[in-house]
Write a protein that binds this ligand. Structure first.
Ligand code: DGT
Ligand code: MG
Ligand code: MG
Ligand code: MG
Ligand code: MG
Length: 251
């Protein structure tokens, strides 16, 4: 069939192919989850249902896209790391970002009732997304460390803040003032001295977020790959030595 006279419009589509052989990271983040978490009565500071739902939605993404090596989630965000040499969607940025985001977002809604049995979803949530490329393994590892350090800082603050409010009967304003200028050791000390709480005993999922990785399991008959969730400390270089195979290219 002859080309239509309209077909030239296709030329307006710009190329957004990402550089080959680089680490691509898609990070999604809930839109206005400050409000969304209030509207859906999330427990403070951490709602285990909400975290498990995020993990399950990310799990659906990994199950569908084999080129996603691993994913890391915390709070209302999730990062997906593609294998370095992936040619999925010819490495077109918009195609990768939008497909991952919509698979994640629709899974979040689809599986909502599985985790929030008695809490109906009041309106459809949205997630923003970005795709960032890292040229070296060192940069990628630092990215993972950056996101996990963020969990630690926020969770220690939030845990102390909400303990002061819920158990110490301070107003949010008083709790904020109390924590102003404090360092990590001070917060650990407040929890321990005043509330007999050892921060170290808080659940790992709250302190460290969730890393989804693929693990191969083999017995005599067959090899299979499963997706597992771990809450290891990625800030220790030891983690990356022990898990060096994570970043190795499987051709
Ligand atoms: P954004 O991302 O700019 O559209 O705005 P937000 O409001 O989503 O802000 P963000 O992403 O910086 O912070 C995440 C918010 O989600 C934060 O206000 C706390 C809330 N959130 C996330 N997980 C939980 C949870 O497990 N429990 C509660 N109570 N709130 C949570
Ligand atoms: Mg944000
Ligand atoms: Mg957000
Ligand atoms: Mg966030
Ligand atoms: Mg199509």
């Amino acid at each position: 069939m002859a080309k239509s006279t309209f077909e030239y419009v296709k030329k307006f589509e710009l190329d957004d192919t990402i550089l080959p052989n680089t680490w691509m990271v898609v990070r999604l983040d809930g839109k206005c989850f400050h409000k969304f978490s209030d509207d859906h009565n999330f427990a403070k500071p951490n709602d285990i249902r909400a975290l498990r739902l995020m993990n399950f939605a990310a799990f659906s993404v990994l199950r569908e896209f084999n080129d996603v090596l691993m994913a890391f989630g915390q709070s209302d965000e999730y990062s997906f790391i593609f294998r370095k040499h992936t040619t999925l969607y010819k490495r077109r940025a918009a195609k990768l970002l939008t497909t991952i985001n919509s698979k994640f977002s629709s899974s979040y809604v689809y599986y909502w009732p599985k985790f929030f049995e008695r809490e109906p979803l009041k309106y459809p949530p949205a997630f923003d997304g970005r795709i960032v490329t890292y040229p070296s393994e060192e940069n990628l590892i630092d990215y993972m460390k950056w996101r996990q350090a963020d969990v630690h800082i926020n969770n220690l603050y939030n845990t102390t803040f909400w303990t002061l409010v819920l158990k110490g009967n301070l107003t949010p304003q008083q709790a904020e003032k109390r924590l102003c200028g404090t360092v990590s050791a001070d917060k650990n000390e407040i929890l321990f001295q005043e509330f007999n709480m050892n921060y170290n005993n808080e659940p790992e999922i709250f302190k460290r977020g969730t890393l989804l990785i693929r693990k191969s399991i083999s017995n005599d008959q067959e090899h299979q790959s499963v997706i597992i969730d771990v809450h290891d400390d990625m800030l220790r270089d030891k983690f990356w030595v022990e898990h060096s195979s994570l970043l190795l290219e499987k051709k």
